[in-house]
Design a binder for this molecule. Sequence first.
Ligand code: N01
Length: 536
Amino acid sequence: MSNQNTFDAVVIGAGFAGMYMLHRLRNAGFSTRVYEKGGGVGGAWYWSRYPGARCDSESIYYNYTFSEEIYQEWSWSSRYPEQAEILRYLNFVADKLDLRRDIQFDSEIAGAAYDEANNHWRIDLKDGTSVTAKYLITGMGCISVNATNIPQIKGLDSFEGAWYHTGAWPHDKVDFTGKRVGVIGTGSSGVQSIPVIAQEAEHLTVFQRTPQYSVPAGNHPYDPAFIQQAKENFSDLRRQMHESMGGIPVETNNRSALDDTTEERERIYESGWGKGGFYMLNAYNDLMINEEANETVSEFIRTKIRDTVQDSEVAEKLMPTYYFGTKRAIIDTHYYETFNRDNVTLVDVRRTPIQEVTAKGIRTTDGGEHELDILVFATGYDGMTGPLLKLDLRGKGNVSLREKWADGADVKTYLGIAMADFPNMFMITGPQSPSVLGNVPVAIEQHVEWISNCIQHLHDHGVETIEAQADAQAQWSSHCRELADHTLYSKADSWYTGANIEGKPRGFNIYLGGYGPYNQKITDIAAKGYEGFSLK
Ligand code: N01
């Protein structure tokens, strides 16, 4: 790696987003440097090595589709790819495209400031060094290791055992054999790790704040013939993924749940339950907008929980009450069954909150002390805005993003790609883009292709700066909010709304119009000479 310190573009993060961004810009002849906190490529998949970690998108869709060659050369082993396999895939891509020579690993960005006089960004690393670039592109994603949520529980420093966060897991295997383990959190990470840890640990105590709906993943090894078929249909598959609502071609039943008889609904839900994965969300067209419709699927899953969990008191503690799907939907392998094991205890921390961590474990408000050797924080992330706000980002006139967004209700972006006052800065899957409501690699490809085409356009037309117009940004942000207000999403206490983080202002910063329509919209905007942007 050269000692060069001026680039056409600097990209933050070498996950799915940063890797493809580097490939596109470098191929177009722009000098590009990626800075990555980790020691290798992979982003979230580099860090999230917790037991049971898998993706909840099906493997044949959870990959890049920009290169048919890559798609043809790689074969996934099972329906849902596990973390180690995804990391192998991303390393395979990095090798194939010779990406590492332009990625500086073990390098964390502290902040970046736009220098108006020189029309470039100064990017500051935590090691005290700085570089400059004409374009700054953030590729940290909506949840990132730089924004893990570790609740400030009194006494954590005094804990004599070991503790870990699922999103920053050690590289060496954590051995749970003969250990008393506590897991705080029952989101995707908790629901995936709990059944695996329970099999190994002497005893597992699960500290649950919000009971969750989870649907069986139905994971299984792939039949090679199925993979072959996907490869043969590559072009169609890519097109369908990019035109779909969530990056995966799924059929939506275009009926209201309330139009069917109870028996017909049960049949449809039973079939969705059997298919595994996210099929339940698409069982009807109004589950996410109509409370009564949603209640039918929510109650179906509650009945499944009652049927699975043998101890009725434990089953009642596991009973979710929010609207199914309004927190990120979860899929599992034997999650509810795990609570039938003799070595598993469920603590409802809404009824008996965690009071403190002691030297020996966790004390809850009922006076009970749960003795632990290992404590696992499956407590998620400060999502959506968190990864950006962990950086000290300063735009024109030294305006600070942290100050601009201090009142979370005032998060404003244009298309989730750019912001007024932050010229020549682009966000891959930024707040107010469709981002996490779907199969994220597809959202990443749409943004990376749009951003690199935009930079090429600026270069070809001798344009020095591009900046979102404040009124276009205001309109886009209120459009995003209006869409959200018509749905049940904004009602849930979730990381989508920021309600998972103490003191974080509430907001819903995901565009709900769907991947395909969104891609059409941003393509049209580019075709109209970057409508809503000022080009100078
Ligand atoms: O995090 P989460 P995650 N005291 O925020 C609880 C992706 N992902 O890491 O619901 C006690 O969902 C919190 O409780 P509550 C995916 O997009 C994907 O599991 O806020 N509990 C919740 O139960 C996912 O949505 C995959 O009341 C506390 C849990 O911790 C996203 O990452 C796998 C607490 C956090 O759940 C995040 O998932 C893993 C406190 N102070 C992750 N603070 C797959 O692809 C928080 N909690 C399968």
